[in-house]
Design a protein around this ligand. Sequence first.
Ligand SMILES: NC(=O)c1ccc[n+]([C@@H]2O[C@H](COP(=O)([O-])OP(=O)(O)OC[C@H]3O[C@@H](n4cnc5c(N)ncnc54)[C@H](O)[C@@H]3O)[C@@H](O)[C@H]2O)c1
Length: 363
Amino acid sequence: MSDLMVNPSSMSIGPQAQILPLRPQEYPGEQVRVGVIGYGYWGPNIVRNLHGQKNVQATMVCDKSAAALSRARRAYPGLETVSDPMDILRSPDIDAVAVITPVWTHYELAKMALENGKHVFIEKPFTSNSAQAEELINLAARKKLTIMVDHTFLFTGAVRKIRELTESGALGDLYYYDSLRVNLGLFQHDVSVIWDLAPHDLSIMDHIIKAEPEAVVATGEKHLNGVEDVAFMTIYFPRNVIAHINVNWLSPVKIRTTLIGGQKRMVVWNDLVADEKVRVYDKGVQITSGDGIRDLLVSYRSGDMWAPQIEQLEALQAEMGYFADCIMNSKTPFNDGHAGLRVVRMLEAAEESIRRKGELIRL
Ligand SMILES: NC(=O)c1ccc[n+]([C@@H]2O[C@H](COP(=O)([O-])OP(=O)(O)OC[C@H]3O[C@@H](n4cnc5c(N)ncnc54)[C@H](O)[C@@H]3O)[C@@H](O)[C@H]2O)c1
């Protein structure tokens, strides 16, 4: 049985989400039929989470690797497998295409899917550059088709709880977001560690800070295969909110820890522990000033720590159900092409800043 414990259609959706008017024709089927392109490392997770859902199903899997296809057939004997993406892109029995291939292939495959009238679920990062993302967004709008970018973390119980805490004002005004996302490998051949790991934090920040970033500074170095494998990124937001992301493929240990500081409370999120992933600290600093600078009074508040209940859900299962719900009920997903584009713009700025040895790049 699935460990999904939320009804995706009842999930709170982000500020960018809006209900579009119903299209002339309501969605005709009871299930959205998805063709999945790419069955490497991540694709099997997508196919597994499409299985057993009420409103969505995987009907075909494509991979150019015969070994990948035989793995898919062993896991799902009834599943049709093909090696040419056009078999999925042109199939009249497929409503939506999931693009789970390396980043450099995203734009071409998504463009062909949209041109063939298919909705698109696409991996992070959305595209290799912002011009491609803009083109896909416009194409989808013209064709009245949905794009959803797989910003998986937004569907985890931890991020949903953190968003609830920021939305409710429990943390007060935000001061900073500081994330350490490091491990040994998995090296990607086509993208740097920034394009591989930072999209997770950038999409989470986009979801909880809810402000357009103003500028980016980044530094990084290449040690092994011609792309940065260690990188540090700072993002400036309005109202003195600052974010820092440390991504590294050369760390001896895996760490996934994020600090989020607010004026009232602070959060420590350790994604690698089973219990108490999110801890909220009732700690803070207050400054009261008298007449002059010498009269500044600094007081530290140190209250309780509590670990809120986190929903035990498999993020991808909620996300795939939400994808189908958006298509069937003409909703714009909060992780739509625009959300994907905002992340790609920050990645591009980081890349530019790294090239210029840490210069500030305005967005
Ligand atoms: N959301 C997440 O948490 C998460 C995690 C891992 C990877 N990803 C993303 O998933 C995507 C794939 O990553 P991966 O690690 O699975 O890569 P991978 O290299 O392990 O797998 C990609 C698969 O796509 C196939 N493929 C490539 N081009 C193809 C084409 N034109 N037609 C058919 N098949 C093709 C390859 O044969 C391979 O089997 C990337 O965009 C990555 O950023 C997301």
